[in-house]
Design a protein around this ligand. Structure first.
Ligand SMILES: N#Cc1c(-c2ccc3ccn(Cc4cccnc4)c3c2)n[nH]c1N
Length: 240
């Protein structure tokens, strides 16, 4: 998979050089390139924003630099991911879907957003997915791009050392929240590890974990018990 990110804050994407995405890049499982949107400006001030038509607070990102940037960075048929508060909810099922794509291009906006014609023009030759991390407001798309990239890259074959852990995670196949986890020491600040986990009885342990997942989900995310978006059944991408 190739991932391109276009932003006015390239340094915001430095975490992609670390940990999971960094190791995936070293293994050759993904290619990642971050681009400065101002590369595609042509005025002395390298202008990327202007006042909104119709009035209102803040500034809007101009379409021209974005159009030139996406022409240069996104080949026909690539998937353009546009983080926005107005996007479709990002969740594990969408992460699994994006993990099947050959190239993802992220358009990270700032200010009050990107001129709407940019996504409309891109949709003429790209798959465009406008996504939201959740119902709260960030100052730009970079944090969302980092989250989406991490959620997608970890699903790619060969990236996670222990692929089995994918099967047991929150928002995984069964759509329930993950059970609580414990490790040594067996007693810590007068708090003990549940006896069942020390029993060696794998059937009892599996049953306890399933019940804990259900209990947590009922308490914290009852919506997952009825919604169709918690679980995911799209197979991760086949090896490239
Ligand atoms: N994904 C996602 C997001 C964003 C988000 C993403 C991109 C941009 C580009 C600019 N802003 C600021 C802004 C503020 C208010 C109105 N419109 C835009 C962004 C916020 N906020 N919250 C999320 N879950």
């Amino acid at each position: 998979m190739r991932i391109d990110v276009v932003t006015v804050f390239p340094d915001y994407l430095r975490p992609l050089e670390l940990s999971l995405p960094g190791r995936a890049r070293e293994k050759g499982l993904i290619e990642v390139e971050v681009h400065d949107l101002r590369t595609w400006t042509h005025d002395v001030h390298r202008t990327v924003d202007d006042a909104p038509y119709g009035g209102g607070a803040g500034m809007v990102m101009k379409p021209e630099p974005w159009g030139e940037a996406l022409d240069a960075v996104a080949p026909d048929g690539a998937t353009l991911v546009v983080p926005t508060p107005a996007g479709e909810p990002f969740h594990q099922r969408l992460a699994a879907e994006l993990a099947t794509r050959e190239q993802l291009v992220f358009a990270c906006g700032r200010y009050e957003g990107i001129d709407a014609r940019v996504a409309a023009d891109a949709a003429r030759r790209l798959e465009v997915r406008e996504v939201s991390l959740g119902d709260y407001v960030l100052n730009g798309g970079e944090v969302a791009a980092l989250a989406v990239i991490e959620a997608v890259v970890r699903l790619l074959p060969g990236v996670l050392g222990n692929a089995a852990s994918l099967a047991e995670e929150s928002h995984g196949e069964d759509g329930l929240l993950e059970y609580p986890v414990f490790t040594r020491p067996v007693a810590w600040r007068d708090l003990a590890v549940p006896d069942v986990l020390l029993s060696g009885d794998h059937a009892r342990i599996a049953s306890w974990r399933a019940e804990e997942s259900r209990r947590r989900t009922v308490a914290r995310r009852p919506d997952l018990l009825t919604a169709d978006v918690g679980g995911w059944r799209i197979e991760p991408a086949a090896p490239a």
